[in-house]
Design a protein around this ligand. Structure first.
Ligand code: FMN
Length: 195
């Protein structure tokens, strides 16, 4: 099944990385719906290493503010929700549940630290992309950001869980006022090779 053109526009062609959001709130139910979609995106061995903290309160935002680059500060304080897209370096502990048809899966990672690290980061990043697309599919908009102090965010929010930060993503209903013109993308010939 192929989606209709309007849906492809909403997911890709017309979707933007938003800097400014309207006052329309994002409800906790919408955040639950967002996770209920993004969790189905594929990850290696169904490892699902991403973890998400949804910051909604002024207090949580103020805490995050200590770690933001100056260019990301105002828009993040004003956004209805900011997600910390994190990952669990010990994701493999859940493989007996998440990958039940292979009881050996956990040992692939407990015996190989570098494989565990790259698997956590690669698949956690993919799940961050699923978050952006799921938000768009639900009529929300996203503003991903890597301009912040990862170590500080880890210390402020994640150390108690043993998780690490990957990137941040503002979520809300985008206000096109905050956009600059769409930047060009690489042509097929520049970015793709047919073999
Ligand atoms: C992982 C990631 C990190 C980004 N970091 C920042 C950032 O720190 N600050 C910012 O203003 N934009 C940031 N952006 C937004 C990009 O500049 C934007 O997605 C890109 O220019 C494409 O814009 P468009 O989606 O509106 O076409 C980031 C995007 C991604 C995916």
């Amino acid at each position: 099944m192929s989606l209709e053109a309007a849906h492809l526009d909403a997911l890709f062609r017309e979707a933007r990385s938003h800097n400014k959001f309207t006052d329309q709130p994002v409800t906790d139910d919408e955040l639950r719906e967002l996770y209920a979609l993004l969790k189905f995106g594929p990850t290696s061995a169904n490892s699902s290493p991403a973890r998400f903290l949804f910051l909604r309160t002024p207090e949580a935002k103020r805490t995050l503010g200590q770690a933001l680059s100056s260019g990301n500060y105002d828009k993040t304080m004003a956004a209805p929700v900011t997600a910390i897209v994190a990952y669990d370096p010990k994701f493999y502990e859940k493989l007996p549940t998440l990958f039940p048809h292979n009881p050996d899966a956990e040992s692939w990672f407990t015996n190989n630290d570098s494989l565990a690290a790259i698997t956590a980061f690669r698949n956690g990043t993919l799940q961050g992309a699923y978050l952006i697309l799921a938000a768009r599919a639900l009529g929300l908009d996203a503003g991903p950001m890597s301009g912040f102090d990862n170590a500080k965010v880890d210390e402020l929010f994640l150390s108690e869980h043993g998780w690490r930060s990957n990137f941040l993503c503002n979520i809300g209903h985008g206000d096109p006022d905050g956009l600059y013109p769409r930047s060009p993308r690489l042509a097929f010939e520049e970015a793709c090779v047919l073999l």
